[in-house]
Design a protein around this ligand. Structure first.
Ligand code: GLU
Length: 420
């Protein structure tokens, strides 16, 4: 039996949770908030850590470590994805659950925040091992989740197939069909049209709204990360035709072409070769170099802690759309604000995913399904409306979008605490 890897201490020196707390505290200091309420809002409700034994194809048992952290349910059942990644650790999952709480609050959807993860590189597993791991995860968390308590969804390296296995496992345990217990499912199992592209689409709505109110010198875009969020964002942006994507990277490296990349072709290239690099005549660059390119819009769509105090001064993009969760450290955020770079924060910029998850949950609960156009229009309406609130608040108080987002979310939460 192999012993599963347990990332108690997360890789690197930066605690993602401490970083998120710093951002939160920076906003909380600007409003009157009682210390007991503050304590309530910064402690997770429940943290579950468990082992998942999986019989591998070799016949040997391997034990994986899983987490589900349920942060806050003041505004409704908790909501958040499940990440499969070798760097998953308790600190990261806690930070992501904390971010989900604020994301749902400012998105104006009736959910609290949670997050889950497994320490695993899914690319090293066969399909049957991946299925056993996904089912094992659900078997472990099933007593703690459900359509009225906590609703998981996809995140990095998880997809509709994995949600299908998890949903099936949940239904078996519950002894009934409960599609609303998990979102991001395949359409035939109660998924919503538009959910697979929702994070990218939401990011596009965010970009288009911001571009209306700020002066962008040009139209060039660089995207770090080419997973679900990054690649859908790129594909939709190309179709929009208003911007030029000049650089893209994934975990294996990046490419740059000042004349613009053909995204449909790049998606085909990535499908066949498993990477974006070595594409046509583009220049090879690293993911770090991509961040410092002389472009107008930078879209971090990969992992956390990418823009730090070490490289923040070198960022040339006027506008940063945070499609990833937590890509900018607190210190970097302050440098960017001082330098005049405009950061559209993760909890708004990537909220399209959870907003359409909410739509999926509503459709499951009502057993009434919407057309792709309905989903698209409802997402547009939410993103536009949420941005308007954010923009007006930051203009009025002369503060960053991130601080405005946190203040608005905290005020909503305080109101709920008082009423309860
Ligand atoms: N994992 C996505 C996020 O970070 C979506 C969560 C959800 O749909 O519940 O926002």
């Amino acid at each position: 039996m192999e012993i599963g890897q347990k990332n108690h201490k997360c890789v690197g020196n930066t605690s993602m949770f401490e970083n998120a707390l710093e951002e939160f505290s920076h906003a909380a200091e600007k409003i009157k908030i009682d210390s007991d309420v503050l304590e309530m809002l910064t402690q997770p409700k429940r943290a579950i850590e468990f082992s998942i034994p999986v019989k591998m194809d070799s016949g040997k048992i391997k034990v994986f470590i899983g987490y589900r952290i349920q942060f806050n349910n003041l505004l409704g059942p908790m909501k958040g994805g499940i990440r499969f990644h070798p760097k998953v650790c308790a600190d990261e999952v806690e930070a992501l659950a904390f971010l989900m709480t604020w994301k749902c609050a400012i998105s104006d959807i009736p959910f609290g925040g949670a997050k889950g993860g497994i320490v695993v590189d899914p690319k090293e597993l066969s399909k049957s091992e991946l299925e056993a791991l996904s089912r094992g995860y659900m078997a472990a968390v099933a007593p703690f989740i459900g359509p009225k308590t906590d609703i998981p969804a996809p995140d990095i390296n998880t997809n509709a197939q994995i949600m299908a296995w998890m949903s099936d496992e949940y239904n078996k345990i519950a002894g009934q069909n409960e599609p609303a217990a998990i979102t991001g499912k395949p359409i035939v199992l109660g998924g919503s049209l538009g959910r697979d592209t929702a994070t990218g689409q939401g990011g596009i709505f965010a970009l288009l709204e911001v571009a209306k109110v700020i002066d962008l010198p040009g139209k060039t875009v660089a995207i770090q990360g080419f997973g679900n969020a990054g690649s859908n964002f790129a594909e939709i942006l190309e179709k929009e035709g208003k911007f030029k994507i000049v650089a893209v990277s994934d975990s294996k490296g990046g490419i740059y072409d000042p004349d613009g990349l053909d995204i449909s072709e790049l998606i085909r290239h990535k499908k066949t070769t498993g990477r974006v690099s070595r594409f046509n005549n583009s220049q090879e660059i690293t993911g770090e170099e991509l961040l410092e390119l002389d472009v107008d819009v930078l879209v971090p769509a990969a992992l956390e802690n990418q823009i730090t105090k070490e490289n923040a001064d070198k960022i040339k993009a006027k506008l940063i759309i945070e499609l990833a969760n937590g890509p900018t450290t607190f210190e970097a955020d302050e440098i960017l604000f001082k330098n005049g770079n405009i950061v559209v924060p993760d909890i708004f910029a990537n909220s399209g995913g959870v907003i359409v998850s909410y739509f999926e949950w509503v459709q499951n609960n009502t057993r009434h399904y919407w057309s792709a156009e309905e989903v698209h229009e409802k997402l547009r309406e939410k993103m536009t409306c949420n941005f308007k609130r954010l923009f007006e608040y930051s203009e009025k108080h002369n503060i960053s979008f991130r601080t405005s987002a946190y203040i608005q979310a905290i005020e909503k939460m305080i109101e709920a605490v008082k009423l309860k």
